[in-house]
Ligand binder design. Structure first.
Ligand code: GGG
Length: 354
């Protein structure tokens, strides 16, 4: 029997509630598929920070290195500035393991109401591909006259041709394998940002020329935001920079009905290092501990992990079970207009899997 080693970082707030539910689901499909998961828990995050002054220990990356994948819940605590939690845990892992493709599907499940009037279940079906290791998240910059009245802050974006090319190529390859609309939309702001985004546009055109069967579109990020609302059905694969696609993928989560349904994968497509799977949502301190957070984003992220581990049958079963629960319309957490608990939603998924 093949055993997959999964590093588990439940993290902060609702991360502690959603990750155990995803584990239950993984354990169920493991039984069925005659595979095993060896979960290794790492209690990193805000509590670790309060105790040791850092979100994870100095040797954290070495500890994760040998696992097959990483399942992450959430990071963030009201008493710690967000840039410390993000730069202390999430971003170092993405960078150390060169997880350059952040894949965020936006699928409107039948039975879920979009806040948009028009689209019905299945009619929104696209993927946001976010560059995940450079761009606006490069953390290059500094303060001058720190905390003085004349203070200056400089934050530099870093766009490399190699970085842009590989994420754009990933997007085109995804459009080909998805085999749906075969359409890639590139997001920039090259009218205002005349260096980095112009490099992006040029690189996009060069890569596009190698995929003559894939239709292309280039949108400024403001127009993209508008069109996610006006014509979400038209998108297939959307590719853009770290910051732009972080923002756009919150919007895509909203139009598919809830942030609680938004799954994501931080992939090293070259499989040199472990990839990391996490719900798009954060630690949600306002609802943490109440047992009402939607576990489906994490369960669907676990399904993405199975796909990456090439256990696609098991991934499809989880997706089908989630789809059946949502189509049933009875068991759903408050973000989807229901009153079920986190545990009850996961139990409903397990029941469908049985
Ligand atoms: N699910 C992980 C998490 O807590 N994400 C919240 C967050 O702030 N993410 C920022 C990012 O993905 O750049």
């Amino acid at each position: 029997m093949k055993t997959y080693t999964i590093a588990v970082i439940a993290g902060d707030g609702v991360g502690q509630e959603v990750v155990p539910q995803a584990r239950r689901v993984l354990e169920r499909v493991a039984q069925k598929h005659k595979i095993a998961f060896a979960f290794q828990d790492f209690d990193w995050g805000a509590e670790h920070y309060f105790r040791w002054g850092r979100m994870m220990p100095a040797g954290a990356i070495d500890l994760l290195q040998s696992c097959d994948a990483i399942l992450l819940g959430a990071v963030g605590h009201p008493d710690i500035p967000d840039h410390l939690t993000l730069n202390g845990l999430l971003l170092p892992i993405r960078r150390a393991f060169d997880q350059f493709a952040n894949v965020r599907p936006a699928y409107l499940y039948p039975g879920v109401r979009s806040p948009l009037a028009r689209p019905k279940g299945g009619e929104i079906d696209f993927v946001v591909v976010r560059e995940n290791t450079e761009g606006e998240y490069a953390q290059v910059g500094g303060f001058v006259y720190h905390q003085q009245p004349e203070e200056v802050a400089i934050q530099t974006s870093v766009f490399t041709r190699r970085g842009v090319e590989r994420i754009v190529r990933f997007a085109f390859e995804l459009a080909v394998t998805r085999n749906k609309k075969k359409r890639v939309t590139s997001i920039t702001k090259s009218n205002a940002q005349g260096f980095s985004m112009v490099l992006w546009d040029r690189t996009f055109r060069d890569v596009a020329a190698q995929f003559p069967d894939v239709e292309t579109e280039s949108l400024l990020v403001d127009a993209a935001a508008m069109n996610f609302v006006r014509r979400p059905e038209s998108f297939d694969v959307v590719v853009g920079s770290n910051l732009f696609c972080d923002i756009l993928s919150d919007l895509s989560a909203a139009i598919i009905g809830s942030m609680g349904l938004a799954a994501s994968a931080n992939l090293d497509p070259l499989r040199r290092f472990p990839s990391m799977f996490e719900p798009v949502h954060g630690s949600a301190p306002d609802i943490a501990g109440k047992g009402v957070v939607n576990p489906l984003a994490t369960i669907l992220s676990a399904a993405m992990m199975l796909d990456h581990l090439q256990i696609g049958d098991a991934a499809r079963e989880i997706e089908a079970a989630v789809a059946a629960v949502l189509a049933g319309g009875k068991v759903r957490t408050p973000d989807l207009g229901g009153s079920s608990s986190t545990e009850a939603v996961a139990a409903a998924v397990l029941e469908k899997l049985a």
